[in-house]
Write a protein that binds this ligand. Sequence first.
Ligand SMILES: [Zn+2]
Length: 472
Amino acid sequence: MKIYNTMSKEKEEFVPIEEGKIRMYVCGPTVYNLIHIGNARPMIVFDTFRRFMEYKGYQVKYVSNYTDVDDKIIKAAVEEGVDCQTITKRYIAEVEKDMADLNIEAASAHPKATEEIGGMVSLIEDLQKKGFAYAVDGTVYYDTTAFKPYGKLSHKNMEDLQSGLRELKVSGEEEKKSPTDFVLWKPKKMGEPYWNSPWSEGRPGWHTECCVMAPKYCGGALDIHAGGEDLIFPHHENEIAQYEAAHGEQFARYWMHNAFINIDNKKMSKSLGNFFTVRDVTSQFDPMVLRFYMLSAHYRSPLNFSKELMQSAKASLDRILSCIWRLEDLLPRLKEQGMSKEEEEALKKVEEYTALFSEKMEDDLNTADAITQIFELVRLANSTVNEESSKDFGSIMKESIAVLVHVLGIRTEKKEEKLDERLEEKVNALIAKRQEAKKNKDFTEADRIRDELLEMGIALKDTRNGVEWQKI
Ligand SMILES: [Zn+2]
């Protein structure tokens, strides 16, 4: 397996710390709203990496955290007039729902920052003792000038970093010795959640979470640390500075980062109004289409997202799935007979494509080219398996395709019900909205909703028993 390591900027042969085992950590989401498709990309990509390494026989310890204390969470709680836990509990449940929809395997552990504060306080104390941290009026900063390799992951040099950041003074952090120094512990403000510490009642900075939770739940230093490319600096750089200063050993051997998602070739942002949550997309498309779509590009390439591209991903995935389903239907009718010469020849091709699939995946997780091999298998199955085929041949063909599709984390069972359930939910919500509009004598709005439903292929009938609907 070759992995592109952000640290060396090269593809390197993967050699784990312990033979046959992988300790892997992926930075998880801050839980204050529904996750967007940009959050879903690392989840899908690195879950696929994990599945492939398991397919290759590795035992993978896969840890991903929830950041459940953060300024954004506090802001969301204040706006709603509830406590932070109400927000984080709600959105952890929502993330779990999205992950289940996207067929992302549960991690070996999903630690939450608020349950690991003790470990973070100990780490900060240790850093202070070793001369890598200093406290000013209850705030503790990391002294980046004390850690010589600072900047090694992002390949930035200290002077450039400092002059770049000098202009960007964060208010309340004027007492920092160097512009690159970052907060390890900050005192509470009125109404904020807090924990006790030797410095003040307060909370740890975000960068301290992962370097405490990752070694604790992975069982030591990491083979692979992964996340979105926006985390390289400062988040991952700061994690390295803390872990390596405190433990005197390398934090992670390989650093993997996925690229961004663009929407219609523009950067996705809330202010541009081109912002999609996973839920927005999965209410229109099967979540497996989103997963397949994300894997159709290499994880280090920026991915463009549009409805048209999703439609074409759907058509591609349908080709694979309908091939599997046709073989499933055919199998019980196939003959118990020895394989023909042609079938034996075709099996050699199956082996060839299966080996190529692995080869592509082993080249820094080149899912795009690996998928091409699945299409080769589909083409082969479509042209060779028919009513006259032997049962052995038919079932090997079906299995060979299904196994690889499962390595990509794509479900192959038919599941029209779930989509119907979603559609029904949406239709019922719109009908309720239309009833409300009618009650308020807003007939324009009521008609608009009826048209919207018509566009979705749903016709309404006002009956004595209320509104009924049917698919047209
Ligand atoms: Zn992290």
